[in-house]
Design a protein around this ligand. Structure first.
Ligand SMILES: *Cc1c(COP(=O)(O)O)cnc(C)c1O
Length: 401
């Protein structure tokens, strides 16, 4: 893959698929099973030797392949496999690389579900994880053991928005002959991890990529060899664990993917505006686009600039009670919804300590800087962000003083 001048949105735009009757959208393959003209082809397909033949929709479907190829084009990987949810993409990939006796080095600030999987679930299978501060490369290196198989991190972490140095982590992974797996859910288009050296890129499509909060979805982007092995009928983790996407959903996510570049630009523009205002108003504001963010320079050095610093920001309002009062009032005034998830056209806000990161024990939350009064915002596509800011400020004055 040539990553010089890598342009993820162009790669999506340049794909061309027609529907069965010349439709401008690919036809949806609305079948769970597929017929064969000969019994021999069916056998060959089972053995993985009949390219272009479909067998059964848990394995793959034309609609899922279209979406997977578009996401692979976006990430610049050979291919991709879509899944029914982000966790449905992440968990089989980890289990593909790690078996009993193996070890994972993971960032400690990751999505609560992934954290819970590595902390509580995989130890039952004999897989141990060391959680480290991913921004301290010496700690990451010190945690690597002979039995370590993967380094796992998020490019922009949930919910603390720490920036992982993908180039340096990739070099470290190479040095120890292990794989760098990254979750790029918070920074689609903005960061192209494969171009920076990551081996496997995963997303929850549920968030920005689909962008309409109407469905779950996930994807693993990587080499053809990896994806073939994940889909293998005999021992493929994706195939056997069964979190396959439905074709109707794949078709609808593909349509939304085409506007991702415009949406990301607007999310980033609005988030940057609000982050600067909140910071100027005296709130402890975390946004990678702010000079005060410890990862600002790093983010700037590894991003595709036209998509901006993303739609996620956090502010600390001092206590959970204050956070709750503010969020309830903002919802009442229709400035957004008190909801988890992200990437919607409306702003979404939640207090991660008691919601999306509640899997993380309280003392560990404290250690990583996840305070009670933290509000995580997924900034929406508001047409008039200055008006939004004025109305939010009003809410802050009414609840925080
Ligand atoms: C939401 C999320 C996931 C999990 O995805 P689902 O689609 O909810 O299964 C994983 N990683 C990150 C960063 C997320 O925000």
């Amino acid at each position: 893959m040539d990553y010089k001048n890598f342009k993820p949105a162009n790669n999506i735009q340049d794909l061309q698929y027609f529907g069965e009757f010349g439709g401008v959208n690919p036809s949806i393959s609305d079948s769970s099973t597929y017929t064969f003209l000969s019994a021999k082809t069916m056998f060959d397909t089972f053995e993985g030797n009949a390219d272009g033949c479909y067998l059964y929709s848990r394995h793959s479907t034309p609609s899922n392949l279209y979406l997977g190829e578009a996401l692979a084009a976006m990430e610049g990987t050979e291919t991709a496999n879509v899944a029914a949810s982000g966790m449905g993409a992440i968990t089989p990939t980890i289990l593909h690389y790690c078996h009993a006796g193996d070890h994972v080095v993971s960032s400690r600030t990751i999505y609560g579900g992934t954290y819970a999987f590595l902390k509580n679930f995989t130890p039952r299978l004999g897989i141990q994880t060391s959680f480290v501060d991913i921004t301290k490369l010496d700690l990451v290196e010190a945690a690597i053991r002979p039995e370590t198989k993967i380094i796992f991190c998020e490019c922009v972490s949930n919910p603390l928005l720490e920036i992982a140095d993908i180039r340096k982590l990739a070099a470290l992974a190479k040095k120890y002959n292990i794989q760098l797996l990254v979750d790029n859910t918070f920074s689609p288009l903005s960061i192209s991890p494969a171009a920076l050296g990551a081996d496997v890129i995963m997303h929850s499509l549920t968030k920005f990529i689909n962008g309409s909060s109407d469905t779950m979805g996930g994807v693993v982007c990587g080499t053809q060899e990896l994806i073939d092995r994940l889909r293998n009928v005999n021992d493929g983790a994706s195939m056997l664990l069964g979190a396959s996407m439905d074709s109707l959903r794949a078709a609808s996510i593909l349509k939304n993917l085409r506007t991702l570049h415009i949406r990301m630009q607007q999310h980033s523009k609005n988030a940057m505006f609000l982050a600067q205002k909140f910071e100027a108003d005296g709130f402890r504001t975390v946004y990678p686009g702010l000079k005060s963010h410890p990862g600002h320079e790093l983010m700037t050095s590894q991003m595709n600039k036209q998509y901006g610093y993303g739609g996620m920001l956090t502010i600390d309002v001092g206590s959970l009670d204050r956070a709750n009062a503010l969020m309830e009032l903002m919802q009442e005034r229709n400035l957004g919804y008190l909801a988890v998830s992200l990437g919607f056209y409306k702003t979404l806000f939640s207090a991660p300590g008691t919601s999306t990161s509640s899997e993380i024990p309280e003392d560990e939350q404290k250690e990583m800087g996840l305070t009670d009064g933290l509000i995580r915002f997924s900034i929406g596509l508001d047409a008039d962000i200055e008006r939004t800011y004025e109305l939010m400020k009003q809410c802050m004055q009414e609840t925080l003083n």
